[in-house]
Design a protein around this ligand. Structure first.
Ligand SMILES: Nc1ncnc2c1ncn2[C@@H]1O[C@H](COP(=O)(O)OP(=O)(O)OP(=O)(O)O)[C@@H](O)[C@H]1O
Ligand SMILES: [Mg+2]
Length: 357
């Protein structure tokens, strides 16, 4: 049965990253990173940086749930990888002093997987389902009455003698996370009380992430060094944390171990990460659209094939940040580079494009 009591055991399907060549941008956890991750992961809401609108909503809901002694409404978090969805689920469990069971949709293959988990829950427990857009129909249908009325509808017997039993369940809170909210079915989405999109972090927020992580890891990073790392982290705490570690390694080998602006700059250039946080794959993608497809529009699959990348990786990992920064645009006919994209890549905007923008 697929029950996991902690994050280390989560069954992460490899689909998204299996073709990701550029490790600077790798956004899923690797075995090497796990102890590092669990050390630096915020445990309480006050340590969780940024996402202030969401935190305010959560603080009130958590307090109300505690005062009323009722479970928290089911929550759905969505947004690009590495923005803190899983972290937030465990922060909420800590704030509620609740147990959390962590699984992911691809691990819930058979009805008995989800039934086993639901039956093992206790009042007030949190069930976290990662990649919830990948639930199969049968599992989803088992979840509907469980989420809505805390019941399991079980059938016994065969053909004419079939009977439906309503088995009561403990009052639990389901937290779902997904990078693809659009792929969630309407009935499932409607059963969540709070649905929230996590935002990319500002450079200032990421500086706080960098400083916090450096402190936990006993790495010396000054304010300017932190700001440089933050500004190149694509609005993503997971990337900020990874860069802290890489820059610290660089400083350890090349200088006295202290990270200031100059060391951060040098280390990040050595990692081929430019001042906008764009790395080798981003730049290859942008260059391809500009040089081979006259700035686009060009279809995602065509781009993926030309880059030798998985189209899902481009869509889920690279594109969200490029779209958010207005570097590329998504049109019905494919991806197109923006004037900002031309500028960042050091290309002149073609005259035909100038008249269009
Ligand atoms: N608000 C935050 N404050 C400080 N650190 C954070 C915050 N959010 C995330 N992090 C750090 O970034 C790492 C990545 O976060 P997390 O694993 O929760 O992302 P995710 O949204 O679940 O990503 P995925 O979609 O890939 O599952 C965490 O291990 C944590 O250390
Ligand atoms: Mg996660």
């Amino acid at each position: 049965m697929a029950i996991f009591s902690d994050d280390e055991n989560i069954q992460k399907p490899l689909a998204i990253n299996k073709n990701t060549k550029n490790k600077n941008l790798e956004t899923k956890e690797t075995a090497f990173d796990k102890s590092f991750e669990s050390n630096i992961r915020p445990k309480k809401l006050d340590e969780y940086i940024g996402q202030s609108a969401l935190k305010n909503t959560l603080k009130i809901s958590i307090e109300a749930a505690k005062k009323r002694n009722t479970p928290l409404d089911h929550l759905l978090f969505y947004g690009p990888p590495g923005l803190g969805k899983t972290t937030l689920a465990s922060v909420i469990a800590n704030e509620l002093n609740a147990n959390i069971k962590i699984t992911s949709a691809p691990a819930l293959e058979r009805p008995r997987d989800i039934i086993g988990i639901l039956m093992s829950l206790k009042n007030g427990d949190i069930l976290f389902i990662d990649e919830i857009h990948r639930l199969n129909k049968v599992t989803e249908e088992i979840l509907y009455p469980a989420m809505e009325d805390f019941f399991l509808d079980m059938t016994t017997g065969k053909a004419q003698t079939v009977k439906t039993l309503r088995v009561p369940l403990p009052k639990f809170t389901l937290i779902g996370a997904t990078t693809k909210a659009g792929e969630l079915s309407g009935p499932l989405r409607d059963r969540f009380g709070i649905i929230h999109r996590l935002q990319f972090y500002t450079t200032q927020e990421l500086s706080q992430v960098v400083t916090r992580t450096a402190k936990i890891l006993d790495i010396s990073v000054d304010k300017e060094g932190a700001a440089i790392i933050a500004s190149r982290s694509r609005g993503t705490p997971r990337i900020a944390n990874r860069l802290v570690k890489r820059v610290a390694d660089y400083a350890f080998v090349k200088s006295d171990g202290k990270v200031d602006a100059a060391v951060a700059q040098e280390a990040l250039s050595a990692l081929n990460i430019d001042s906008n946080g764009l790395d080798g794959t981003d730049k290859a993608l942008l260059k391809l659209i500009i040089e081979k497809y006259d700035g686009g529009p060009v279809g995602l699959e065509t781009l993926a094939a030309a880059l030798g990348e998985d189209s899902k990786t481009i869509e889920d990992v690279y594109e969200p940040y490029l779209l958010q920064e207005g570097i590329i645009q998504r049109t019905p006919r494919g991806r197109k580079i923006s004037p900002e994209g031309y500028r960042l890549m050091g290309y002149k905007l073609p005259t035909i494009q100038q008249s269009l923008f």
